[in-house]
Design a binder for this molecule. Structure first.
Ligand code: FAD
Length: 399
């Protein structure tokens, strides 16, 4: 069986690896438009292995995150990759956030998150001495990794198993040809029995090339980070998160210890004016037009313009960003923050303006398309790979 994969982010590589593991004699080829693997979301995120606190019980996110976190932990141990269970606190700053915290605790318990503890203000200070809040939820199993390094290890596994990774090869067309699929690139044409599309920020465009539905479209949201200066990294031991606003799939600006010892503060969520627009000045008129033309965008903007303006203000004014973070760590000063590289989230939006919450996958005969894979998709990558491989084979014999 010949299997083609579009995209060498963590998902495309995890699927290519999984197909190599379960399909005897499979020939796997991954196409990546950039010159290296993990160049977009996979290499530009918070690096948190989520334990499964927030997700609707029974959803794909809840199931695949729980399974994926366990698989990833075992994989990192086996491959000698950094994996540190630094633990996380979700902090309620005042009494108004207690109901939100209780709702998360209920979901986390339903999802089987291990080791959960409810903390009062004093117990919070024992875990995170510089954090302030009236109560918190502590998840000691939440961990940190370098997802870029994990993706590179997956790429090695693919090649060791005899698969090919074609870097600098943009897929420009996908054609169904009977039971087979032709993949078009500027360098030539390749035929496969099965194709999986894991194209991240371009996933709607590539899925449409394959004849998949227009809905949902990707709306890019940049997530900007600051980093604590080295002298101030002792302000944070592990991970400090706010109680998220249930209207949004984004978790809010948080403090994240990184495996390199640094501490990041972010990400915010600002509409990006280019799909791969990592800087404020990056504008791609074709991308902006596509966003504006998507009927769901107008509806989304009409509902959430106040939040949008607040995010843009926090992005433009460092003091505002610092004030938001200081609500959790009162001794933080704006001077403690230096800018760090941003990421852009591929957030799927339906035509009715709703932000797609769960992972979403399309299936068109021999083609499987990942249409929404935001956080915690990196955490869940090995479990998503199992799920996609089952869909892809759909009746084929595996061993
Ligand atoms: C700011 C931010 C913070 C996050 N934090 C976390 C976190 O802490 N924990 C977590 O679990 N998740 C987190 N995520 C989410 C996580 O990073 C993503 O869910 C995950 O990386 C998605 O992987 P992917 O392979 O689908 O996408 P990507 O990594 O974006 O890969 C897609 C690849 O497809 C390639 N491609 C696109 N079009 C084509 C084409 N036509 N031809 C060939 N190649 C193509 C791209 O170049 C790219 O390399 C975060 C994301 C962001 C942006």
């Amino acid at each position: 069986m010949r299997v083609g994969v579009v995209g060498a982010g963590i998902l495309g590589l995890a699927v290519a690896r999984q197909v190599g593991l379960v399909v005897e004699g499979a020939e796997v080829c991954v196409f990546e438009k950039e010159g290296r693997v993990g160049a977009h979301q996979t290499g530009r995120n918070s690096g948190v292995v989520h334990a499964g606190l927030y997700y609707v019980p029974g959803s794909l996110k809840a199931r695949l995150c729980r399974r994926g976190a366990g698989l990833l932990r075992a994989y990192c141990r086996e491959r000698g990759l950094a994996y540190a269970e630094v633990g996380k606190v979700v902090v309620a700053r005042d009494g108004r956030e207690l109901d939100g915290l209780a709702a998360i605790e209920e979901r986390a318990r339903a999802n089987g998150v291990p080791g959960l503890r409810r903390l009062d203000a004093a117990a919070l200070r024992d875990v995170e001495p510089h954090a302030a809040g009236v109560a918190a939820l502590h998840s000691p199993a939440t961990a940190i990794v370098d997802f870029g390094a994990v993706a590179r290890a997956f790429a090695e596994d693919v090649e060791t198993a005899g698969g090919t990774i074609r870097l600098g090869q943009e897929v420009t067309g996908l054609r169904r040809d009977g039971t087979r699929v032709r993949v078009l690139t500027p360098g030539g044409e390749h035929t496969f029995d099965r194709v999986v599309v894991c194209a991240g920020l371009q996933s709607d465009r590539v899925a449409r090339m394959a004849g998949d539905a227009a809905e949902p479209a990707i709306i890019p949201f940049r997530g900007e980070y600051y980093r604590l200066t080295p002298a101030r990294t002792d302000l944070v031991r592990g991970l400090i998160y706010p109680v998220p606003d249930p209207r949004y799939p984004f978790l809010g600006v948080h403090f994240t210890r990184r495996v390199d010892g640094g501490v990041d503060v972010g990400p915010n969520a600002v509409l990006a004016l280019a799909r791969e627009g990592y800087r404020r000045r990056d504008v791609r008129p074709a991308d902006v037009l596509e966003t504006l033309r998507w009927p769901g965008f107008g509806r989304l903007a009409a509902r959430h313009w106040r939040t949008g303006i607040r995010e843009v203000y926090g992005s433009a004014v460092k003091r505002a960003f610092a004030a938001r973070a200081r609500a959790f760590v009162p001794s933080l000063k704006a001077a403690d923050l230096v800018p760090a590289p941003a990421g852009v989230r591929a957030q799927a939006v339906d035509a009715d303006g709703s932000l797609v919450d769960d992972f979403r996958v399309g299936h068109l005969g021999p083609i499987v398309t990942v249409r929404n894979a935001p956080s915690p998709a990196a955490t869940s990558s090995l479990a998503i790979a199992e799920h996609l491989t089952t869909l892809l084979l759909d009746g084929e014999r595996t061993h």
